[in-house]
Design a protein around this ligand. Structure first.
Ligand code: SF4
Length: 102
């Protein structure tokens, strides 16, 4: 288990106990491209977002998490990214990362 995974486990357990799991832009993974959508350090690498919206999410093999590799722009893009965001089981995908927040 690497540092990010340890930190993620701690955060998920803590927030689950407090019943307030939500994406945290302060934990935004550094490899996300700039923009409103991001994956934070609570990702559990389940593959849901990558399967749902591969144009925007991909795996970073070095850290073992998903990242946003392209920001959605068109309404069709955003619909797909939103489907991935809402389907994330750990609520690790945020859209409040700045630069055109919707
Ligand atoms: S759906 Fe959420 S937990 Fe699963 S890989 Fe994507 S960001 Fe990580």
């Amino acid at each position: 288990m690497n540092f990010y995974q340890l930190r993620c486990a701690y955060r998920v357990i803590t927030q689950f106990n407090q019943n307030k799991i939500m994406p945290n832009k302060n934990d935004r993974l550094p490899d996300n491209v700039p923009g409103p959508y991001y994956v934070d350090a609570s990702c559990i690498d389940c593959d849901q977002c990558r399967a749902t919206a591969p144009d925007f999410f991909r795996r970073n093999d070095e850290i073992g998490f998903s990242i946003v590799h392209r920001q959605p722009v068109t309404p069709a893009d955003i619909k797909q990214a939103e489907e991935a965001r809402l389907g994330c089981p750990t609520e690790s995908i945020g859209r409040d990362g700045g630069h055109g927040v919707r």
